[in-house]
Design a protein around this ligand. Structure first.
Ligand code: BGC
Length: 768
């Protein structure tokens, strides 16, 4: 595989040889999108083993009772099959030279070029371009250019809308109307079977020869789940044929089409398509690139200077920022971010704690408005959280481990993978007992409120969310014989250990949640009794408050051993130690599951991912440095980083401890999760949380940024090979420019300057 990044600038992800055996990697890492839709970068011509995904955020559908809800794969608009002198263009036929595919992160445009010789010897140069508009959220535009190289060629193009796609075999759609308008506009409707969401897709082509517009005869075809046309053109040597394709997709769940009937939607979307097509590919690409600049690159610029390594590091960070925009539903608070973003069918589009703990920091510090939407989603999904609590015999809000549409409640599948010993599917306990998610959601809301200084959110949603989640924890605690409250039978963040008692992460975070609710309650007593009365009615606080107080006082909090190691639960440290070198150096994840089943892994000292270490930096000042250091050494030796959420946490902690070489090495490995050389890693989609993790390595780890007890701390320490690091932070409505040097020097400038900001900069409190 020839994936590279250009060392001349830090914006281009390139591929210089086509590998038909590993299509998934580039389809996912080079995917396009805008938070409304995600488009995998499958090539225009089709190959065996490809995955053509067009996923529209929030359009969940449940095939039947035996499956969980998922984002359905919408009809494909990207396929454009070509025949050159009657031979089908395909890179596994004939021969080719000059292949290059590039994703430009700055503009969001994907390009590809190649010179192809057909098996019978016809030679053409092909150029492809495509964008998903960041300006017009429903729009996709593609362009194909074919140049006859040394003899006349006949080119046939087949293109349209193809609904013969599934989610790995599951068909979510009932077929709807298909139509040609004016012999050139193609329209296809399809409706999800359970959730009843109608998708309307449109497409139209524009042709040119050597730049001059060309009208081509249309050979129209409507068939089962497909609508397309064939177009034929004759080229003299040196002639270039250009086919532009404009497509759009809308659904009856879209906020910007609320209230429209399906026929009205058909009409509106066709009009919109006409408008986009009239603008032309170049203008659409330009306005989309301008939007990228405004929304991402000018909003949250990062600069790293230094040697060659630092250029690669800056590229990795921009790659993370690029994908974090692709997955972000900035337009709608009724949806969130899937663990694979919108780049593949993995994890079915469900959101996890990945949002609050790994991704939210980037959004809060760069785009607080968007961060607010993600948090509003959690508030709006309280009905599902109430239902989950009730179903499990608890009170308050118990958030689902996997979350999809607002009122779905838990959507985690019950089985996944194969048990190597029994040969049966593995039961997934996370949806039932991975309960720390409830405290993570509360923590995320508090972080957002504090960093953005968003009092409005606090009043409308924040108090309620944090109190309602505290009520869940108070009802979840189990009295023990020692007079303390315990949380038994859970899965902590480390998913290789199931049915443990007193997982440190869970207990400390639950305790934090209870205390935050108490603090807010007391704050409202003096500052806003009217709001407290309203909440009292809604949440029955007279009964809840004393339970929170009792719970917070008596919850059992695991304490460090004499060696300073925080036990992650009541069992781990008594487990058997085994040699993990095989699993630590593997090219793929979960290799251990090929040797042991989960029942056996329970009794081994092996962690899938960071557990207590996440706690150390969320509740940073609760644990002394010696405990963090001893625990880091103990757990890192036992962690095989089988989750993409693991490496970045270890890197940030290592940077906090001043272990810069280690921190840098872990950061590089975190950045390689999707960008690295291993070809199978991204087939089901990119790893959303790891992108948040990469940003955290740079800004939290090397930049030394943290929000501690409501205050902003900045204490940079750059790794070897970096001369300087500069980034911006949004803090309570003010945009701050932070610059850090290799020598530990740091400056903060308030670019907004409408209100003073207090920062603890390298240990000294300063006002900006
Ligand atoms: C990890 C979880 C994570 C999920 C989605 C799992 O493999 O163990 O911590 O939330 O993937 O990314």
């Amino acid at each position: 595989m020839g994936m590279d990044y250009s060392s001349m600038d830090q914006w281009i992800l390139g591929e210089d040889s086509f590998d038909p055996t590993h299509l998934g990697k580039c389809e996912a890492v080079m995917s396009l999108g805008n938070g409304y839709l995600g488009l995998r970068s499958a090539t225009e011509e089709k190959y065996l083993g490809e995955t053509r995904d067009l996923l529209i955020n929030g359009t969940f559908d449940r095939f039947d009772e035996s499956e969980v809800t998922e984002l359905p794969n919408a009809a494909d608009v990207t396929a454009m099959e070509l025949w050159i002198d009657g031979e089908r263009f395909s890179l596994d036929q004939g021969s080719h030279t000059g292949y290059r595919r590039e994703l430009n992160l700055r503009t969001g445009e994907l390009t590809r070029q190649v010179e192809w010789t057909s098996p019978r010897g016809s030679r053409v140069r092909l150029r492809f371009r495509r964008i998903v508009s960041l300006k017009r959220l429903h729009d996709i535009a593609l362009e194909v250019c074919v140049t006859a190289l040394d003899q006349p060629v006949s080119v046939k193009l087949r293109s349209g809308i193809d609904a013969r796609v599934t989610n790995t075999g599951t068909q979510h759609f009932a077929e709807g109307e298909k139509r040609f308008y004016e012999k050139k506009y193609v329209q296809l409707l399809e409706t999800t079977k359970e959730s009843g969401i109608t998708f309307v897709l449109n497409a139209v082509h524009r042709f040119a020869r050597n730049g001059a517009p060309l009208e081509l005869a249309t050979d129209v075809n409507i068939d089962r789940r497909v609508i397309y046309a064939d177009y034929t053109v004759e080229l003299a040597p040196g002639d270039t044929f250009t086919a532009e394709k404009y497509a759009n997709v809308y659904t009856t769940r879209d906020l910007d089409c609320a209230g429209l009937t399906v026929p009205q939607l058909q009409e509106k979307t066709l009009d919109d398509l006409k408008e986009s097509a009239a603008l032309g590919y170049a203008a659409l690409a330009e306005e989309s690139a301008a939007q990228w600049r405004e929304e991402v690159w000018d909003r949250a610029p990062v600069e790293i200077t230094g040697g060659e390594k630092s250029r690669m590091d800056l590229f990795s960070l921009r790659f993370a920022q690029y994908h974090m925009r692709l997955m972000l539903p900035r337009h709608d608070n009724r949806m969130n971010i899937g663990a694979k973003g919108l780049s593949g069918e993995g994890y079915k589009g469900h959101c996890f704690w990945d949002t609050e703990i790994f991704l939210l920091p980037y959004y809060m510090f760069s785009d607080p408005e968007a961060a607010r939407k993600l948090e509003e989603y959690r508030y709006l999904s309280l009905p599902g959280a109430h239902r989950k609590a009730e179903e499990n015999g608890y009170r308050g809000a118990m958030f689902p481990w996997e979350s999809a549409w607002l009122d779905d409640g838990e959507t985690c599948p019950l089985y996944m993978g194969t048990d190597i010993l029994t040969g049966t599917p593995i039961k997934v306990w996370s949806g039932i007992i991975e309960q720390h998610i409830t405290a993570d959601v509360a923590f995320g809301a508090w972080q957002y409120i504090t960093i953005a200084g968003d009092e409005d959110f606090l009043e409308k949603y924040g108090y309620e969310l944090i109190m309602d989640t505290a009520t869940f924890w108070a009802s979840r605690l189990e009295p023990g014989e020692d007079g303390r409250y315990h949380i038994n039978d859970v899965v902590g963040p480390d998913e290789y250990h199931e049915h443990v008692n007193d997982n440190a992460f869970t207990n400390y975070m639950a305790c934090w949640n209870l205390n935050k609710a108490i603090e807010y309650y007391q704050q409202l007593q003096t500052e806003n009794p009217a709001l407290l009365r309203k909440l009292e009615e809604k949440l029955n606080l007279t009964e809840a408050y004393p339970r929170w107080v009792d719970g917070a006082e008596k919850i059992y909090l695991p304490q460090p051993t004499a060696e300073g190691i925080l036990p992650m639960d009541d069992r781990f440290m008594n487990g058997q130690e085994i040699d993990l070198s095989k699993y630590k150096n593997q090219e793929f994840v979960a290799g251990i599951m090929k040797d042991y089943n989960l029942d056996q892994i329970q009794h081994l000292q092996v962690c899938k991912q960071a557990d207590c270490l996440v706690l150390f930096y969320l509740l940073e000042d609760r644990f002394p440095p010696e405990v963090k250091r001893a625990s880091w050494a103990y757990y890192e030796a036992r962690t095989i980083h089988d989750s993409s959420l693991s490496l970045s946490t270890h890197s940030v902690q290592a940077a906090d401890m001043g272990e810069m070489e280690m921190a840098y090495d872990l950061f590089r490995r975190a950045a390689a999760i999707d960008l690295g050389p291993y070809m199978g890693t991204s087939d089901a989609g990119i790893h959303a949380a790891s992108f948040g993790g990469v940003w955290q390595c740079v800004v939290y780890g090397f930049g030394g940024v943290r929000m501690l007890n409501g205050k902003l701390r900045i204490e940079p320490h750059l790794p070897e090979g970096w001369d300087s690091l500069a980034f911006t932070l949004m803090w309570k409505g003010q945009k701050l420019q932070v610059r850090a040097g290799r020598d530990g020097s740091a400056t903060v400038e308030n670019l907004t300057g409408t209100a003073p900001v207090t920062v603890t900069l390298n240990g000294v409190e300063v006002q900006r």
